[in-house]
Design a protein around this ligand. Structure first.
Ligand SMILES: [Zn+2]
Ligand SMILES: [Zn+2]
Length: 219
């Protein structure tokens, strides 16, 4: 999904990057222009051009989880911005195996230049009044980024437009994913816009009503 929304309350740009067509999102405060890059999943030059075009100062790089399709451009973006990257401690085992993930997939590994900082549930994000929702399931350390006052959620690979993240890879758990979505995401304001990890945007209300994986649960 490529969206560059003109809204008064946020600078928001989301665009497709990398070999697995991941959505990379830039969110920033329109007054201070301090912002974050979420999931730099490839195409570093494209991301850096976008940062420059929006005139945003990148304070943080947030990984919704540590699969390489959300991480490929991290090293290059850090080389240019020197911003720290943040990830949930539940994905530490994936972070520690990052180089192996790269070599298995055939992508060249450009290591991060700043040591990671660890996130926990309910942590405040460095800008735009965002908060961390720990939503394990796709991976143990998957997080969604919730901007309550802006009615915006960045869901990573936890919730998709009419879909959910796969749970058949290292550390995945359908039981945890279901609980995360039903007990955490589906309790948010239905008007909340959702930028997903891959594919089109959706809203919490639309997924409560139309996500095929939850018909049974919600009835
Ligand atoms: Zn993933
Ligand atoms: Zn992904």
């Amino acid at each position: 999904m490529n969206t560059s929304e003109s809204r008064d309350d946020l600078i928001l740009s989301s665009f497709v990057v990398g070999p697995m067509h991941s959505n990379c999102t830039i969110v920033a405060d329109p007054e201070s222009r301090l912002g974050m890059v979420v999931d730099p999943g490839g195409d570093a030059e494209r991301i850096l051009r976008e940062i420059e075009g929006l005139a945003v100062s990148v304070e943080a790089i947030i990984l919704t989880h540590v699969h390489i399709d959300h991480v490929i451009a991290l090293g290059e973006v850090q080389q240019r911005t020197a911003a720290p990257c943040y990830l949930h401690k539940g994905d530490r085992f994936l972070w520690d195996r990052l180089e192996a993930q790269f070599s298995r997939s055939g992508f060249s590994f450009i290591p991060g230049t700043v040591p990671p900082r660890w996130l926990s549930d309910s942590d405040r994000l460095p800008c735009c009044n965002g908060a961390v929702l720990h939503t394990p399931g796709h991976t143990p350390g998957s997080v969604c980024l919730w901007f309550e006052e802006h009615k915006l959620l960045i869901s990573g690979d936890t919730l998709f437009h009419r879909g959910i993240g796969r749970t058949d890879i290292a550390g995945g758990s359908f039981k945890h994913l279901e609980k995360s979505i039903v007990e955490s995401l589906f309790t948010l304001d239905e008007q909340t816009e959702v930028i997903t990890g891959h594919g089109p945007n959706t809203s919490i209300g639309d997924e409560i009503r139309m996500n095929p994986f939850f018909g049974e649960v919600m009835r």
